[in-house]
Ligand binder design. Structure first.
Ligand SMILES: Cc1cc2nc3c(=O)[nH]c(=O)nc-3n(C[C@H](O)[C@H](O)[C@H](O)COP(=O)(O)OP(=O)(O)OC[C@H]3O[C@@H](n4cnc5c(N)ncnc54)[C@H](O)[C@@H]3O)c2cc1C
Length: 409
């Protein structure tokens, strides 16, 4: 079998690259390991897919090479993808922080991509895993095909060997996050085969776990969420945090997890609108006879206040506010505005929305996604060392990088 372009992986980036290449009248084959295309799209955004963000800034992306993503993101923007979504009459809505979601289902996005594949005659084979890539450059000088991919296709007859030659090979096999949704290290192995280093990999956009007294603390509060400001080093995010039976999650926690290194503390401002120390002192001056827990229950969940009381002011829990020393009130206020917690780990790749790090982008052309010293070989999407913040940025990177490769492959 011969194709102009073979795309490995039918995720967001692979499908976009295939559609773009096929719209240039290239023969395109997409090879997908699992039984479904776009598994992560289907599960994303709570089933509604946060497919892009209209307030995209380059600093919404992390990479060892911060400039790399700029070209692709400027060539295929959020507005380009929105135009495609509108063309297919998919209803979408803007939620807070300029995040765009499908109104009905993430299936709308997968169906749209499949429809575009059909219109442009992209062939997709599922249940097919590629295990090796061979460079044909030295084998057959007359052939235009540069790469041979080999693997197998599972079908009703069992397993059939696959051997496909192509002029351009686009690697869109994603990264390690969520193996059950297609997470794979295949792209990394291929990068190593072509002598491209990997920048350190770790789980990103991922909940935190605790092994100290905070573990039962979080367990008891499981399901409670609140607006908070979460800080790690110079980086901070203001969004909801969520207590879970394993630790802490919620958008602000997922965002800060991209910046957290094992052993570091994070600081959580549980009442970011207020200076609690000042407020407690002011209440004391007014001769307020309330208990601290009753005073705080007006602005925080009662069960959270009770757990915090156990942690921070158990010995004076039954003292009225006007009967507590200024020093102690300042200490409590400070602890609530700057609650320091030390995660023992993250939940890891099992639940991480993304993988930080990846193929070193210094080896990739930022306009085309082509590998610098290997004509016709492209890497796109999450396999590269480009990771977005939470909010539709990771899909936008997949669309943009996929489009740029598809335009030249
Ligand atoms: C639960 C969850 C929710 C998310 N929600 C959002 C969201 O709302 N908004 C957002 O912007 N981002 C979200 N993300 C992140 C987003 O899904 C990814 O950044 C994006 O899917 C990456 O696209 P990709 O095409 O590079 O990789 P993937 O989507 O992972 O696709 C890679 C494909 O390659 C296939 N594959 C792997 N190895 C092989 C092989 N050897 N041969 C053949 N095929 C292979 C895999 O089966 C997979 O289908 C979410 C992630 C998760 C896990």
């Amino acid at each position: 079998m011969k194709y102009d372009v073979v795309v490995l992986g039918a995720g967001a980036a692979g499908l976009m690259a295939a559609i773009t290449a096929a719209s240039r009248k290239k023969s395109v084959l997409v090879i997908e390991r699992s039984n479904k295309v776009g598994k992560k799209i289907l599960m994303s955004g709570g089933g509604r897919c946060n497919f892009t963000n209209t307030d995209l800034e380059f600093d919404n992306f992390l990479s060892n090479n911060e400039h790399f993503c700029k070209s692709a993101l400027s060539r295929y923007t959020a507005w380009d993808f929105i135009e495609l979504v509108k063309k297919h009459e998919i209803e979408f809505e803007e939620r807070k922080h300029n995040q765009l979601f499908c109104v009905h289902s993430a299936k709308d996005i997968v169906n749209m991509l499949l429809k575009e594949c059909e219109i442009n005659k992209v062939k997709i084979i599922k249940n097919s895993e590629i295990s090796s890539v061979i460079n044909l450059d030295n084998e057959d000088k007359l052939s235009h095909e540069k790469y041979r991919v080999e693997g197998y296709e599972k079908n009703i007859k069992g397993e059939e060997a696959l051997k496909i030659d192509c002029k351009s090979l686009i690697v869109a096999t994603g990264a390690l996050s969520v193996p059950t949704l297609g997470g794979s290290d295949f792209g990394y192995k291929l990068a190593e085969q072509y002598h491209m280093p990997l920048n350190a990999l770790s789980a990103g956009l991922v909940p935190f776990m605790f092994s100290d007294s905070l573990k039962p603390f979080c367990e008891k509060l499981s399901g409670i969420s609140l607006d908070a400001e979460v800080r790690c080093g110079d980086q901070s995010f203001r969004e909801n945090i969520l207590f879970t039976h394993r630790g802490l999650s919620g958008p602000a926690i997922l965002q800060i997890s991209n910046y957290w290194k094992p052993g570091q503390e994070i600081t959580i401002n549980l009442l970011p609108e207020r200076n609690i120390a000042e407020d407690l002192l002011a209440e004391k001056r007014l001769n307020n006879k309330s208990l601290i827990r009753n005073y705080l229950s007006s602005c925080m969940s009662k069960s959270l206040v009770l757990q915090l009381q156990d942690l921070l002011w158990r010995e004076i829990a039954e003292n009225s506010l006007n009967d507590i020393s200024d020093k102690k009130l300042i200490k409590i206020g400070f602890a609530l505005n700057q609650w320091k917690v030390k995660p023992s780990s993250t939940e890891g790749y099992r639940t991480a929305e993304v993988t930080l790090g990846g193929v070193d982008t210094n080896y990739i052309n930022s306009q085309t996604m082509e590998v610098n010293n290997h004509q016709g070989l492209y890497f796109i999407g999450e396999v590269l060392d480009v990771t977005g913040h939470l909010g539709g940025f990771n899909f936008q990177w997949a669309w943009s990088s996929g489009y740029c490769a598809g335009l030249v492959a």
